[in-house]
Ligand binder design. Structure first.
Ligand code: CU
Ligand code: ZN
Length: 193
């Protein structure tokens, strides 16, 4: 229950922040460069064949840069699970292989989230509790809403096993238990583009 309430509260804060920015921008006469503020994206993670994993993620621009990811998962095996953004927003294959490899716009090696070298989509591991639930609340500086590192139209994948951060190019995280496409969500304000 508290997950939902936290998420709603966060969404409310973000919506307010977004409105504030739009008011400021409306007073400007020159069109500013694409500003990510006010944007939101969501991903609904659905189970792959034989899996029970479900989840919902919300992506918002962080005021200090990067993308803030908040959400939760259910139906996981107890323990750690590799968590990545993959390059294709296509979860249609029964094993989610259609989502392709890790999102890697900078042509780097696979690694941990805080590693010097990593794929943009390398978001570490999520730990599921004994009830099969996992939560995430991170800000990642390698991701954005615009440009080559844009998360829009990519896929979120949760894996069967732990990402070892070493094995190339996958982290040896095993099969894909959940997959969801990251979709831009237009603000509730009707005046937004
Ligand atoms: Cu992956
Ligand atoms: Zn990777």
């Amino acid at each position: 229950m508290s997950i939902t309430r936290n998420t709603l509260a966060l969404a409310g804060i973000c919506a307010m922040a977004g409105l504030g920015v739009q008011v400021v921008r409306a007073q400007q006469t020159t069109a500013p460069a694409a500003a990510p503020a006010g944007k939101t994206a969501v991903a609904k993670i659905m189970p792959t064949q034989g899996s029970n994993t479900r989840g919902e993620l919300t992506f918002t621009p962080d005021p200090k840069g990067g993308v803030h990811i908040v959400g939760s998962f259910t139906g996981l095996a107890y323990g750690e699970h590799g968590f990545h953004i993959h390059e294709k927003g296509d979860c249609s294959a029964p094993d989610a292989s259609s989502a392709g490899g890790h999102f890697n716009p900078d042509n780097m090696k696979h690694g941990a989230r805080d590693a010097q070298e990593r794929h943009a989509g390398d978001l570490g591991n999520l730990k599921a509790d004994p009830y099969g639930m996992a939560r995430i609340d991170i800000v990642d500086q390698h991701l954005s809403f615009d440009g080559p590192n844009s998360i829009i139209g990519k896929a979120v994948i949760l894996h069967e096993k732990v990402d070892d951060f070493t094995t190339q190019p996958t982290g040896n995280a095993g099969g894909r238990v959940g997959c969801g496409v990251i979709e831009a969500k237009t603000a509730s304000s009707p005046s937004s583009k």
